[in-house]
Design a protein around this ligand. Structure first.
Ligand SMILES: NC(=O)c1ccc[n+]([C@@H]2O[C@H](COP(=O)([O-])OP(=O)(O)OC[C@H]3O[C@@H](n4cnc5c(N)ncnc54)[C@H](OP(=O)(O)O)[C@@H]3O)[C@@H](O)[C@H]2O)c1
Length: 352
């Protein structure tokens, strides 16, 4: 089969002619992330009734993937396991009974944690269709960070969407999506970063106040808002940084911890609860994906994809690696100081 005819697969009959070679990133024992993952190969299964076969294009390396490789995450797979909490690609074949998805549709994997492989055979409801014009790089980063930012801003935890919110790790994927989504509803943001060179780009991206994550930065931010209330603090770091943004909340304000990049615990002063009645909460996207109805989830992703298409929501890319360089990709993703996400590029398959 030529490369051209293989890309044009439209049916299971065609699929049976396909050389079955699937590169997959496998975790056999939890450990140091760069060393824990290895590239293996297997054959792919043709889609059965109600199933589709997707050819992965890109997949990002997220902090959750690193935590899973380390064995420190809320939900761990039975080993050995294929890795990858996020990825997107194109449908290349559909099984009997699938009517709303056709070969050629671009999709991202919704309820899969095995996205780091060339092909995924899955139930049609385990993907969400993407606008055809959304670039592959953006498509593979739609599921986790933009949706997390959306949830952080659209729950009852954000009762007054015109008041200030404050966040740390503001240059992260989630942080940049928070700035973008808050902007669409004219909600002003105070943004803490740990590198001075990030201040200008985040101001240009629409952050209202961007300061260094230290006491001087906090004083500058408080001075700038001049006594206006701060209703919501979004914490992806923990430790001193979490305490700093929490301390800026007004009476009755809400602190949501959704990440722990510093791996330091959250210490809440008694006075914050007694005298300020702060509410301390958590948020996990997985819990929403597991509990919300498919139609509601699809609606949120349509809105987020629309923002991406309009250029109002961006997830920058730091670097792109082929699957063969998985160890280097993970090491790069685990290091600080990136200018965006590390992506795995699965587009060039050995058999296409
Ligand atoms: N709860 C959920 O459902 C959910 C969903 C999505 C993400 N998350 C969590 O949200 C956090 C951000 O994820 P992301 O994908 O947006 O991140 P990302 O784009 O990979 O960026 C990582 C961010 O963390 C900062 N950072 C790295 N190491 C740090 C350390 N030791 N101390 C303080 N800051 C550090 C980085 O700062 P520099 O750029 O300066 O290195 C950067 O701002 C992660 O903890 C992730 O697990 C949670």
């Amino acid at each position: 089969m030529t490369a051209h005819s293989c890309r044009g697969l439209r049916s299971i009959t065609d699929l049976t002619l396909m050389p079955y070679h699937n590169r997959k990133v496998v975790l056999e024992a939890f450990g140091e992330p760069g060393a824990a993952a290895t590239l293996k190969a297997n054959s792919i299964a043709a889609p059965g009734t109600g199933e589709i076969l997707v050819s992965t294009a890109y997949a990002p390396v997220n902090p959750a993937d690193l935590n899973i490789l380390e064995g420190r995450y809320g939900q761990l797979p039975a080993l050995p396991a294929i890795v990858g909490t996020e990825g997107a690609g194109k449908v290349i074949a559909v099984g009997p009974g699938v009517s709303d998805i056709i070969p050629g549709d671009k999709v991202f994997y919704l309820s899969r944690t095995d996205c780091w492989q060339d092909y995924v055979t899955c139930a049609a409801h385990q993907v969400i269709k993407l606008p055809p014009k959304l670039p592959g790089e953006a498509s593979c980063m739609l599921k986790i960070n933009p949706a997390t930012a959306w949830l952080l801003l659209h729950q009852d935890s954000n009762p007054n969407p015109k008041s200030w919110i404050v966040q740390n790790a503001a240059n992260s994927g989630v942080g940049q999506a928070v700035i973008a989504i808050a902007r669409t509803r004219s909600q002003p943001t105070i943004n803490f970063v740990r590198r001075r060179e990030l201040i200008k780009p985040l101001l240009q991206a629409g952050g209202n106040i961007v300061v260094m994550d230290n006491d001087e930065g906090k004083a500058t931010a408080l001075d700038a808002i001049g006594g206006d209330p701060v209703v919501l603090a979004l914490n992806a770091v923990g430790g001193e940084s979490a305490l700093r943004i929490m301390s800026m909340l007004s009476e009755g304000g809400i602190h949501i911890t959704y990440g722990a990049m510093s791996k330091r615990p959250l210490k809440v002063p008694n006075s914050f609860l007694i005298f300020k009645d702060l509410q301390i909460r958590g948020l996990w996207l997985t819990q929403w994906l597991n509990s919300a109805k498919y139609a509601e989830i699809a609606k949120v992703y349509r809105k987020l994809a629309g923002l991406m298409l309009q250029g109002k929501l961006q997830q920058p890319v730091d670097s792109v690696f082929p699957p063969e360089e998985i160890s280097a990709a993970i090491t790069k993703a685990a290091g600080g100081g990136r200018s965006g996400k590390v992506l795995l590029d699965f587009r060039t398959k050995g058999n296409e």
